[in-house]
Design a protein around this ligand. Structure first.
Ligand code: ZN
Length: 364
């Protein structure tokens, strides 16, 4: 007789793209309009968080065995996208303004989101043979024009939600492929990990979304590692903001340094690990450490980052040994194990993984 393992607690997360600590800086330092926008965004992420808790609580009733695993037999791979218009309100069930069958929408933002969510679906299917977020053909649903001038993008467990940005701090979130792919990848992490959105496992959750987000962009450009800039959210900083993106995977801590937004707080090494109660224990901050580890592996191996390095990271995310509460060290050990399984114990891929974690101060 076998005993049924306990179902791990489902992660509770609202994965908003702009972290609360950035919005808090704006609320403290910005002009009146910026302060208002930042406070509204902060209040909304609080509301979303409680909605997400309810959704996760419902989902956690399902035993894991009830979730689809072998998917090709369940559903043929078909890309299915739909875009809703929140019409500058908080309504997430607004009119559908774009579907897979078309026609194209006159709304430029809807088309931008549609195209980028499609590129993300293509990446997962063509690179990892994954049939959508849940591996079972789940439609990818985007909501555009969420609220008015809303400075964020979110994954709420079932939908990608895009604000238009205030235009003073952030702009055009749906026009950024790395933002769209980051949010979809939170869905992938939710189904594969799942990694609890707190502390180191939360930072791994954020890091996976960043890594997979930039891989989608590099893949869609067929970009070799040597040409990659490793930036997430390059397009979303409004003119006048001092910075190049919201995060830099290769050089954490260098993405922006602005009077209103503050300074990019990400460390790229365990020496700079930030202990904090904010930001779910620094999930958007300490993610810089595994982010940089990934870029070191990719740079060491050369070629295309989604091939060997991406394969190792993606297989580690879905690995049965990955605990929902994994630490950096536990995850690092899984990447080494996966690399040796895929490429052989003495392979250059294993050496690259070992050197990368050593380079960011994570002991294997
Ligand atoms: Zn995120």
């Amino acid at each position: 007789m076998t005993t049924t393992p306990a179902v791990p607690p489902a992660p509770v997360a609202v994965c908003s793209f702009i972290p609360d600590y950035v919005l808090r800086n704006v609320a403290e330092r910005g002009g009146d309009d910026d302060r208002r926008a930042a406070l509204q965004a902060l209040a909304t992420s609080g509301t979303m968080r409680s909605l997400r808790v309810q959704a996760e609580a419902r989902r956690s009733v399902l035993p894991r065995s009830a979730m689809p695993e072998i998917t090709t037999a369940l559903a043929p791979p078909t890309k299915e996208r739909l875009i809703r218009d929140a019409e500058n309100t908080a309504n997430l069930r607004g009119p559908i303004i774009r579907t897979e069958a078309g026609p194209a929408s006159a709304d430029e933002t809807a088309e931008a989101a549609f195209e980028r969510l499609g590129a993300t679906w293509d990446f997962y299917f063509q690179v990892f043979a994954r049939n959508s977020i849940d591996k079972a053909g789940m439609p990818i649903e985007g909501v555009v024009h969420y609220r008015r001038g809303y400075d964020n993008a979110l994954w709420n467990g079932t939908q990608m939600i895009f604000g238009d940005g205030s235009g003073r701090l952030f702009t055009g979130l749906a026009h950024s492929l790395t933002v769209c792919a980051h949010e979809v990848s939170h869905g992938v992490v939710q189904y594969d990990g799942p990694l609890v959105y707190q502390g180191q496992s939360g930072a791994l959750n954020e890091s996976m979304a960043d890594v997979l987000g930039v891989l989608v962009e590099q893949w869609s450009l067929d970009q070799p590692v040597g040409q990659a800039d490793w930036l997430v959210g390059r397009e979303i900083l409004a003119p006048g903001v001092t910075g190049k993106a919201l995060r830099s995977l290769a050089e954490p801590g260098t993405a922006y340094d602005d009077d209103v937004l503050g300074r990019d707080p990400q460390p790229g090494h365990m020496d700079g690990y930030v202990e904090t109660d904010e930001d779910n224990g620094g999930v958007h901050i300490n993610s810089g450490i595994p982010n940089r580890a990934f870029t070191l592996v990719a740079q060491r191996l050369g070629g295309r980052a989604w091939e060997d390095a991406g394969r190792i990271w993606y297989a580690s995310l879905g690995h049965e040994r990955l605990l929902p509460t994994a630490t950096f060290r536990q995850f690092a050990r899984i990447t080494r194990y996966v690399a040796s399984t895929l490429f052989g114990a003495g392979s250059r891929q294993v050496s690259a993984v070992e050197e990368a974690w050593d380079g960011v101060g994570v002991q294997l």
